[in-house]
Design a protein around this ligand. Structure first.
Ligand SMILES: Nc1ncnc2c1ncn2[C@@H]1O[C@H](COP(=O)(O)OP(=O)(O)O)[C@@H](O)[C@H]1O
Ligand SMILES: [Mg+2]
Length: 318
């Protein structure tokens, strides 16, 4: 549904930020752009909603060149979430969320219903939060409102540029999980920029790895770990054993989760995440033969992966 065909961006000062890239994002896909700072991720993202125009090549959305679409309509159909929370400080939470619905001339009652629905979706009680100012919310809550505001006009596409990188680890875990859940519920097409490989591996259906304006590999998390295209990808993902091959049994807690979808204790974390994505739940019940031996959740997997990452870093420093 989003298609980049031989797209290049050269800035007036001569910097070639993006060099002849090609990729396609499928409808409903969670597509992650990843790479080191300065490799062209933000430029690529901004070309989708025309905050930046490509110098060469074509970008199509649903087979239509974005240059022939009405610019305002294009922006309304695309939600955009930035690293720096950009809520309007003098407007209430409800007013902040209502911006695009009002531009789209939704009725007051539709807009109000949408605000409540979205606040509930990210676990913020509308009665409590609707009339607060952004300054009366924590950083994590403000960022959650940023995500919700981007969804308010019911866009088909959501662009997210390092949306969690300014957050403390706890809010970050929570929001990663929220966004994973949201994707399951609403099935938007999401293009998500990060430089955090664990975040990419957790959330992505497919990952595009960028280096100096080029895309060096586009693949599923599993294939990237198992078949890195070159040494750059290998070093980027870390020369480590694949933590996704770890068994559920090693990562689970011993708390039972009666009624949750089941997974065998010998299944891999990849399998567990696939199953979590496919189900409507965020926890699975772990079975050894027919006996419940524990449960595994998104949160435990995230913690396991970040501990794993930390231990790799420690080893490198020794
Ligand atoms: N407006 C601009 N003018 C000139 N160079 C720019 C401009 N914006 C970004 N760049 C350069 O383009 C390259 C890619 O930037 P960017 O897309 O922001 O990278 P990333 O998001 O991956 O960190 C960098 O070298 C950056 O300095
Ligand atoms: Mg950037």
């Amino acid at each position: 549904m989003i298609e980049f065909d031989q797209v290049t961006k050269q800035f007036p000062d001569g910097t070639k930020a993006v060099n002849n890239i090609n990729f396609r994002v499928k409808e409903g896909e969670f597509f992650v752009l990843i790479g080191p700072s300065g490799c062209g991720k933000t430029t690529t993202l901004k070309m989708i909603n025309r905050l930046i125009d490509a110098s060469e090549g074509t970008i199509k959305i649903n087979d239509e060149n974005i240059l022939s679409k009405n610019l305002h309509k294009l922006r309304w159909e695309i939600g955009y979430v930035l690293q720096q929370i950009a809520l309007f400080p003098h407007m209430t939470i409800a007013e902040n969320i209502a911006i695009v619905p009002e531009l789209k001339k939704w009725s007051k009652s539709d807009t109000n219903a949408r605000i409540d629905e979205l606040l509930e979706m990210v676990g913020l009680h509308p009665g409590t939060y609707r009339d607060r100012l952004p300054s009366e919310l924590s950083g994590g809550q403000q960022q959650r409102i940023g995500v919700v505001r981007a969804l308010a006009g019911n866009p088909d596409i959501l662009l997210m540029d390092e949306p969690f990188s300014a957050l403390d680890p706890l809010s970050r875990d929570q929001l990663q999980q929220d966004v994973g859940d949201l994707q399951k519920q609403i099935k938007k097409t999401i293009v998500f920029v990060t430089h955090d490989i664990n975040e990419a591996l957790l959330l992505a259906d497919r990952i595009a790895i960028m280096q100096e304006g080029s895309i060096v590999q586009v693949d599923t998390p599993e294939n990237i770990l198992d078949h890195p295209a070159n040494d750059f990808v290998r070093s980027f993902i870390g020369n480590k054993t694949n933590p996704w091959k770890e068994t559920v049994e090693k990562v689970m807690s011993e708390t039972d989760a009666p009624g949750a979808p089941v997974i065998p204790h010998t299944a891999t974390l990849t399998k567990a995440v696939d199953q979590l994505k496919a189900s409507e739940k965020d926890v699975l019940r772990v079975l050894n033969r027919n006996e419940a031996v524990g449960s595994i959740s998104y949160k435990q997997i995230v913690h396991y992966l970040s501990d794993f990452e930390a231990s790799v870093k420690e080893e490198v420093q020794k």
